[in-house]
Design a protein around this ligand. Structure first.
Ligand SMILES: CC(C)(COP(=O)(O)OP(=O)(O)OC[C@H]1O[C@@H](n2cnc3c(N)ncnc32)[C@H](O)[C@@H]1OP(=O)(O)O)[C@@H](O)C(=O)NCCC(=O)NCCS
Length: 179
């Protein structure tokens, strides 16, 4: 995908920038976020946030995915992140992921951002967009439903747990030709 600015329902998806470091470190460092994103470093420091802004996010774009900051449309302050990864070009398939900072939750931000990003991905060549949630993450399951995804099944042992071990993941899917 190519970076653009996407505005929808009170949220703005834009590129990360150096001024996001403190908000990014505070948001990603939240224990609930770290639990459900076991690939993020713990503790999540401002150095980790700087690495993401200068290297991690650009690498996601370079591999055909997306790594957007979710920003408040009024203040432009960072309130979360939403991205596209696991891009499989021959299958025209990818996966969407997201997180919202604890101080911005339960205001519809993840739902709006995920729907807008999914719409963009499905307009730009992805035919099948997956979304994986932990069985113990009802908030994320609500986001999947609110963003138009259909529950497809259980991916046995597809998730890794922080500290070791594996867990089942629930698979949700949106297709480009879904009504
Ligand atoms: C999951 C997460 C992204 C939700 O973000 P959010 O902006 O608060 O979500 P929304 O405000 O769009 O809420 C979506 C739905 O979830 C529900 N919800 C939100 N938080 C909830 C909670 N803690 N428990 C139960 N339901 C919850 C909302 O009521 C809403 O339900 P509705 O569609 O029936 O009205 C956020 O809690 C988060 O970042 N969690 C940690 C990281 C994570 O789990 N990422 C997803 C990995 S798959």
């Amino acid at each position: 995908m190519t970076p653009e600015v996407i505005e929808a329902d009170g949220v703005r998806l834009r590129q990360f920038r150096p001024a996001d470091v403190a908000d990014l470190a505070a948001g990603c460092g939240d224990p609930v976020n770290l639990r459900f994103n076991p690939g993020m470093p713990q503790p999540y420091t401002e150095a980790d946030a700087r690495w993401w802004i200068t290297e991690g996010a650009p690498a996601a774009w370079a591999t055909g995915g997306a790594a957007y900051a979710i920003a408040d449309r009024t203040t432009d302050r960072l309130v979360g992140g939403a991205g596209i990864g696991q891009v499989v070009p021959p299958r025209r398939q990818a996966e969407v992921g997201y997180w919202v900072a604890p101080w911005a939750r339960r205001r519809g931000i993840a739902s709006a951002a995920t729907r807008a990003l999914a719409d963009a991905a499905l307009r730009h060549g992805v035919d099948r967009l997956e979304l994986m949630t932990h069985a113990e993450n009802p908030a994320s399951q609500r986001v999947a439903l609110a963003a138009g995804f259909t529950h497809e099944g259980v991916r046995r042992s597809a998730g890794q747990l922080r500290g070791g071990g594996r867990t089942d993941l629930l698979a949700w899917v949106r297709l480009a030709d879904d009504p």
